[in-house]
Ligand binder design. Structure first.
Ligand code: ATP
Ligand code: MN
Length: 468
């Protein structure tokens, strides 16, 4: 076969160089046709759109074409011609075809007909080859680019925080331990506690649940930073919005108060959504038509809205009114309650019909590092609540007073001796600062319209599920 430099299908479909000979390589989506002429729909992942390869059955021979079935991988040299069919501008009249690999129709699990998302999760090694997952993973890439571009353009520095951590201040119990100890022969001290001095790091370590504390250290030097990395939570919540391994973006900004923090969060999310509409329209249109007819409308709607900002206390009042009017929630509503997703979604979808930023939560239900308000009861927290998702961002202004912070830490069961390095920032040149965490997969749920978080990450980790 003649060697011709490969053109990606995304470029072939845009090309107007009719009459030239091109090479494309990819995986066969379908082959159909008559005794004389065959049509191969070829996809190489560069776009959701397939290029049509037209083959003369007489020239190639039926036997030669037979193994070119759904899932097979081929390389095609052919002439680019204007398509007579509807849809695509260009198609390729095949001159030479090389078969890299066949896919026996008797055993290849992805056949023409649609498969359920549940079934596709069981073949996570092959699902990127479907239109749906190709679209989702291309969008995932573009969202990562949007995030880096947004922060880079605003003078933020991408700061890498550790994945393995010895501080479990965010919440023990929901962390995955990291150890090289022999679990069949654990050394314990006289009181029956595990002796970690012989472990790899000489102390108990875990996978991080957040890069925030280290991010704050960086903000106190570089001014504006963000992290973007994997985080791990061993919470046993089998919900469509929780993963045990997910990616989080955490900006942290010196001198920002809660107001600037809210504005940053709103600008950031809107920027990402606009980026998706600018860069991923083919894929979004496909997902809109396949799964969620309101997706594009919803994305455009959120762009136009000023997010509603109100206090937790106001939010509770609205929810209590709803209960009084007969609305039934599964979980109780009272001042001090942690809001469940049903409450968040009521505020967003039923009451305001708009994204909501809820602020000033009771200090008991929020983390120790949030700045305390003068009322002695609430902290300067802010959660961004989204339609269909609930909480998409959680953040706060941070407590910058050494005494208040260390006292509150002890009150909430975080030993000051373990976070001396974090407290040092409040001892040396402390400054007001704020930040937040956006769950990358929650953003992707919103942008793709998918209903289950397992479908927006290539290889989901959830309770009892770490295959692939
Ligand atoms: P939730 O109440 O929804 O469980 P959280 O309050 O525990 O979330 P934070 O600690 O505030 O979450 O984390 C910041 C962001 O990270 C959240 O707003 C959410 O977008 C995302 N997030 C948190 N936990 C998970 C998870 N298990 N899987 C995916 N994303 C998550
Ligand atoms: Mn939160």
């Amino acid at each position: 076969m003649e060697t011709i430099v490969r053109t990606k299908i995304v470029d072939v479909l845009k090309s107007k160089a009719f009459g030239t000979t091109v090479n494309v390589k990819g995986w066969v989506r379908t082959r159909r046709g008559s005794k004389q002429i065959g049509f191969i729909a070829l996809n190489d992942g560069s776009t959701i759109n397939n290029v049509q390869i037209v083959v003369s059955v007489e020239d190639f021979g039926e036997e030669y074409l037979k193994p070119i079935t759904t899932g097979a991988c081929i390389s095609v040299n052919g002439v680019l011609v204007r398509s007579e069919g509807r849809g695509q501008e260009a198609e390729i009249q095949a001159k030479e075809i090389h078969i890299y690999g066949t896919a026996d129709p008797a055993t290849y699990p992805l056949q023409k007909k649609g498969h359920s998302l549940e079934f596709l999760r069981e073949i996570a090694h092959l699902r990127p080859r479907t239109n749906t997952f190709g679209a989702i993973f291309r969008i995932r890439h573009h969202m990562a680019m949007a995030i880096h571009t947004f922060f880079h353009d605003r003078g933020f520095f991408y700061f890498h925080t550790p994945v393995i951590t010895a501080s479990d201040c965010e919440g023990a119990g929901q962390m995955f331990q990291v150890t090289t100890m022999n679990l069949y022969d654990l050394k314990k001290d006289a009181s029956g506690s595990i002796d970690y001095t012989s472990d790899f790091f000489g102390k108990q370590t875990s996978l991080t649940v957040s890069g925030q504390l280290e991010g704050e250290l960086a903000a106190m030097a570089l001014g504006s930073i963000y992290t973007f990395g994997p985080t791990f939570r061993a919470e046993n919540s089998n919900t469509p919005r929780h993963l045990a391994e997910f990616w989080m973006i955490e900006p942290e900004v010196a001198f920002n108060g809660i107001e600037e923090n809210m504005q940053l969060a709103e600008d950031f999310i809107k920027y990402c959504i606009q980026w998706a509409l600018n860069h991923c329209m083919d894929d979004i249109r496909f997902l809109n038509d396949m799964f969620d007819k309101e997706l594009i409308d919803r994305l455009n709607f959120v762009l136009k809205q000023d997010f509603v900002r109100l206090s937790y206390t106001e939010g509770i009042r609205i929810l209590e009114e709803a209960v009084a009017k007969g609305h039934a929630f599964e979980f109780p509503v009272f001042w001090g309650a942690d809001l469940a997703s049903e409450h968040e979604r009521y505020l967003v979808e039923v009451h305001f019909k708009c994204p909501v930023i809820l602020t000033d939560y009771p200090k008991e239900i929020k983390s120790f590092y949030m700045k305390q308000n003068d009322d002695g009861k609430t902290v300067r927290a802010m959660d961004v609540l989204f339609p269909k998702i609930g909480e998409i961002i959680g953040g706060s202004q941070r407590e910058d007073d050494y005494d208040k912070l260390s006292n509150h830490a002890e009150e909430m069961g975080v030993p000051v001796k373990d976070i001396w390095w974090y407290l040092d920032t409040r001892k040396f040149g402390t400054a007001p600062h704020s930040g937040f965490g956006l769950g990358f997969e929650r953003l992707l749920l919103f942008v793709t319209g998918m209903g289950n978080i397992r479908d927006v990450i290539p290889f989901p980790r959830t309770p009892n599920n770490a295959g692939f």
